[in-house]
Design a protein around this ligand. Structure first.
Ligand code: AGP
Length: 608
């Protein structure tokens, strides 16, 4: 997800664009750029890193003058975050510059075609094909050239384009990605979302898929996909800037919980070809995969708990032993590894120092390292032999939600892919399992729809001083992550425990009124969990039961119940954890905690 913005008016464009980019930084912040149509043609400045770096660079080069400009803040998907890969991208003749949010899925063949036509590419991005096509099709009519260009594109895009020969015009168009026009007085704007516009105008127009708009300071013309003029209505934005950044949600964490269906789609769908999981990013041959006799998963915090969850599915399908190791422990444990060991490294940020150090240890021992990370071009991504990005989009809240669920989903894809490639499951079985993985986003949406019921439960339980999460098998892994979510944002003491282990000592802590959240979704051990619920109830505990929607027997024992969507037993974790994310969120809210920036925590722990 990237941020794009454009301005045309009477004021200098660069300051307006840079200010707008700062408001879009939460959408992506690994590189940025601005292009302005000036008296002597197009001026452009790009910089990797934060928007601040770009602002400094613009100042150092004496600024870019002109009253029509576009800007972009990047969340890299194709090509590392470098100045060259940053947007805007300019045509070779210097006539056009464009910014793009989205993914051009057929960029490889277009790139080949354009190179054959004599085009020279500077960047590794998919976006650059757009500006070369624009230049190729331009015969004096900007709109027509843009229409011919987008007719060649497959995938998703929101494009802003300027031309040195049309100093007051900006052309925009979109498919699947948002494009919002800001209607000002003697000035007009476009942006990825209202965040970058509300400080200038609350009168906005939402472009629909395929539509085109031409912005000039005094006028905005709209056209349908066939280039025919159309009328569009103005909407009034109700949000202020801060609310807009959070998409109207009170906190980034809630926004990121709610966008998990989209995040999971982004993580799963690009890796399904002909109904099967194809991890083309995995640089391991079938022979090498068959030679793996031990998988180590290493990470920290929630990423570690994602590994604990994925372990069950990987082992069940591949029959390869999986050990999940805390990175801060693994690096000092003189691990017993060899060329038949595979290391999977999980990290949302890709910058967690403990995880980097553990990874280096095993890499130095010749172990093949597979990174499952969210931030493109991060340290862990660069270090790894194979990188599988989760494509969850920027995660701003310190407490991870979509980062965790997308990691689990990629582990599921790996399990099915590796099981088929090593001959443990047939192609037909792989297809069936892949279809189950494809239904995870809709399962998660049904879990999110439990929101109001869970908010009521949070109201009831928010003032417990200490609580337990218990579960068996994969539900124990869910308990671990549910407990961490609760601790890190609500500051309540919480402990996750294997339900079958409670009686060996820790049950001494169960007293009158102690809240126990019993996760009983794993059908095979449901009756055992019912016994554990009876066990703690007999000692005065209050039990909040979490079970699959067809396990209504839990109502006979638990004081309150959350029924989660029924899924395939191998792929149940995402729909189990989402209600627990929501519970932690509302408990923390009831306790007046700083949900997005909890005390003592950092989004990425880059120290030991
Ligand atoms: C999770 O909510 C925490 N913010 C923390 O445990 C986090 O998962 C851990 O620090 C690992 O971060 P990473 O995924 O960026 O490596």
């Amino acid at each position: 997800m990237c941020g794009i913005i454009g301005f045309t008016g009477t004021a200098e464009a660069a300051p307006v664009v840079l200010e707008g980019l700062k408001k879009l930084e939460y959408r992506g912040y690994d590189s940025a750029g601005v292009a302005v149509v000036g008296k002597n043609g197009l001026g452009m400045v790009k910089a990797s890193g934060k928007i601040e770096n770009l602002c400094k660079k613009v100042e150092e080069c004496g600024g870019v003058s002109g009253t029509t400009g576009i800007g972009h803040t990047r969340w890299a998907t194709h090509g590392a975050p470098t100045d060259t890969n940053a947007h805007p991208h300019m045509s070779e003749d210097g006539r056009f510059a464009i910014v793009h949010n989205g993914i051009i899925e057929n960029f490889a063949e277009l790139r080949e075609e354009l190179i054959a036509k004599g085009c020279h590419f500077k960047s590794e991005t998919d976006t650059e094909v757009i500006v070369h096509l624009l230049s190729l099709y331009y015969k004096g009519d900007f709109k027509r050239a843009l229409m011919k260009t987008v007719a060649r594109l497959e995938g998703s895009y929101a494009i802003g384009a300027v031309c040195s020969e049309c100093p007051e015009s900006i052309f925009v168009t979109k498919i699947f990605n948002p494009m919002i026009i800001g209607v000002g007085a003697g000035e007009n704007f476009f942006a990825s979302d209202v965040t970058a516009l509300v400080s200038h105008t609350k009168n906005v127009i939402y472009l629909e898929d395929g539509e085109i708009a031409e912005l000039t300071p005094e006028e905005i013309k709209f056209f349908n996909a066939a280039g025919k003029p159309i009328e569009k209505k103005i909407s009034r934005v109700a949000w202020d800037t801060e609310a807009a950044e959070k998409g109207g949600y009170e906190h980034f964490m809630l926004k990121e919980i709610m966008e998990q269906p989209h995040a999971l789609k982004s993580a799963i769908e690009p890796r399904i070809k002909n109904k099967k999981s194809v991890l083309s990013e995995l640089n391991l041959s079938e022979e090498q995969l068959k030679g793996i006799n031990h998988i180590i998963i290493t990470a920290c915090g929630s990423a570690y708990y994602a590994g604990c969850a994925g372990k069950y599915t990987i082992e069940k399908l591949t029959r390869i032993p999986v050990t999940v190791e805390l990175a801060s422990e693994l690096r000092y444990s003189s691990p017993i590894v060899d060329e038949h060991t595979l290391l999977i490294v999980l990290s949302q940020s890709g910058e967690t120092l403990d995880t980097i150090c553990a990874m280096r240890e095993l890499k130095d021992r010749g172990v093949h390292t597979v990174a499952i990370v969210n931030v493109v071009g991060s340290t862990i991504a660069k270090l790894a032999d194979s990188v599988i990005y989760t494509y969850a989009g920027p995660e701003i809240a310190v407490a991870t939600t979509k980062g965790y669920t997308t990691q689990v989903a990629v582990l599921y894809l790996f399990a099915v892919y590796a099981a088929e490639k090593t001959g443990r499951i047939t192609s037909e079985e792989a297809e069936k399992l892949t279809a189950e993985i494809l239904s995870i986003p809709s399962d998660i949406q049904r879990a999110i729809d439990l929101n109001s019921h869970i908010a009521e439960l949070a109201e009831k339980y928010h003032d417990n001083s200490s609580l337990f999460f218990i579960g068996r098998n994969v539900d124990y892994a869910v308990a671990l992550e549910g407990s961490l979510k609760m601790k890190e944002i609500s500051y309540l003491h919480s402990e996750a425990y294997a339900a079958g282990e409670l009686k060996h000592g820790t049950i001494a802590l169960i007293s009158e009124g102690r809240l126990v959240i019993a996760i009983a979704c794993y059908e095979e051990l449901f009756d055992k969990m019912m016994s554990n619920i009876k066990e703690v109830k007999a000692r005065g505990a209050e039990v909040l039961g979490v079970a699959a929607e067809d396990m209504k027997k839990i109502f006979s024992e638990a004081d309150d119940v959350i029924l989660v969507p029924k899924t395939h037993p191998l792929f149940s974790v995402p729909s189990e954890i989402v209600p627990l994310q929501i519970l932690a969120y509302y408990v923390a809210k009831a306790n007046g905690c700083d949900i997005d920036k909890p005390r003592n925590l950092a989004k990425s722990v880059t120290v030991e």
